[in-house]
Design a protein around this ligand. Structure first.
Ligand SMILES: Cc1ncc(COP(=O)(O)O)c(C=O)c1O
Length: 388
């Protein structure tokens, strides 16, 4: 979206507002598929659970990674009209419940759908056996998350040394282990993490085969980085390395899945906020905007992500601070932004804010989350018009 369109949306809908461009979501999905053609992409709903995004990706043919029953139901909304058999096939082929720790009531609710679920420890295996014996299992491995913006390996994943025992135990108690999964950490710009993880998984699969267990699926997780800045190497280079490792280590009929979240949605959203206050503190201009780290900028805290704040106005710039509208001192969006001289009611914006942003917005201080506006939602109608 260009700046004129963004300002028009802010004019029409007010601020703060998040604009999500579905053309970008579809383009990101197509890019993922183009560069990783053997990999089935399960959109990680947690990155942005907007039903409109889920519908767009559903229509584009994506599969889904869910991490809670409500996320599962968001996807289910799109298939509930299908005949029972088709629903079941979709859940079987296109949904993975990739949270290795699940409440027992969630397992009980999921069991009827026979979903693919992950586990990484014996206690979880016991729970699955008792409450969701019809699920297909995937064992999550702990792999290096070195340098990733969000580290996940200290919370999830079994030690590679215990992996085959955990697989064997599942088979022993009558469950079916379909695959192995891992996550290299979110916004993984260190591509070696993927290379190492794939080869660690290959070693586990080989050892399992030696003990008589055939593993058919490898789930390479999320972590595919969004191009937040020029230091992020192109996705095509990462894809080349992953493809080479997969070809080198696995037979052609190995099913490869991935759970991209950020990569599909980060670049699809821009938020627009309004200057509501301005003060000079210690010689530095401080702007206050009608959004905050408790709302659209929540990724600063929860996602360790930094967003640039930009002005539509042109002019000589200086280093300024940008604060959110809440009364919390923690609510600092940036201590160093190059901004021109702005006035109350001027608009500012931040790009690439579609992942782990609105998803974790709160109502702190009584301020509601920003309005979300979806643009370019209707691909088919536009294409049909173009053809007519
Ligand atoms: C199990 C799992 N899969 C996928 C994702 C999505 O990761 P990303 O947004 O980095 O692609 C996450 C993120 O935390 C996750 O925990």
């Amino acid at each position: 979206m260009n700046s004129r369109q963004l300002q028009a949306v802010a004019q029409e809908h007010g601020t703060p507002v998040v604009v999500i461009d579905h053309d970008v979501i579809r383009a990101n999905y197509a890019d993922f598929r183009k560069h990783l053609p053997k990999v089935q992409a399960y959109y990680a709903v947690k990155a942005n659970p907007a039903p409109e995004i889920i519908r767009a990706l559903y229509q584009a043919g994506a599969s889904f990674d869910v991490a809670s029953l409500p996320e599962f139901m968001l996807v289910y909304e799109n298939i509930k009209h299908l005949p029972a058999k088709e629903q079941q096939d979709f859940i079987w082929d296109k949904i993975v419940y990739a949270n290795p720790i699940k409440p027992t009531e969630t397992l009980r609710a999921l069991d009827q759908y026979k979903p693919l679920v992950t586990y990484d420890n014996l206690e979880e295996l016991r729970k699955i056996r008792q409450h969701a014996p019809h699920a297909g299992l995937m064992l999550r491995l702990r792999v290096p998350n070195t340098g990733s913006m969000v580290e996940l390996s200290s919370k999830f994943g079994c030690d590679p040394g215990e992996a085959v025992d955990l697989l064997e135990e599942a088979f022993r108690v009558g469950l079916v282990v379909e695959g192995l999964s891992f996550h290299v950490g979110s916004q993984c710009t260190n591509f070696l993490n993927f290379v190492q993880a794939v080869s660690m998984a290959a070693a586990v699969i080989q050892e399992a085969r030696g003990r008589g267990h055939e593993i058919k699926i490898l789930d390479i997780g999320g972590g595919f980085p969004a191009p937040y800045n020029r230091h992020v190497k192109p996705f095509s280079l990462l894809a080349e390395r992953i493809n080479a490792e997969i070809d080198r280590l696995f037979p052609a009929d190995m099913q490869i899945l991935a759970e991209p979240g950020r990569f599909l949605v980060a670049t699809a959203a821009v938020c627009v906020a309004r200057i509501i206050g301005k003060a000079i503190r210690d010689g530095k201009t401080c702007y206050y905007v009608d959004d905050s780290i408790y709302n659209t900028y929540s990724g600063i805290i929860f996602d360790h992500c930094q967003y640039r704040v930009k002005a539509f106005k042109r002019g000589k710039t200086e280093i300024c601070a940008v604060f959110g509208q809440t009364c919390d001192g923690l609510d600092a969006i940036s201590q160093a932004e190059e901004l021109p001289d702005l006035a109350i009611d001027d608009l500012v914006y931040s790009e690439n804010i579609g992942a782990y942003s609105s998803a974790s917005a709160t109502w702190f201080n009584g301020f509601p989350p920003a309005k979300v506006v979806h643009v370019n939602e209707r691909l088919r109608a536009r294409a049909a018009t173009a053809r007519a």
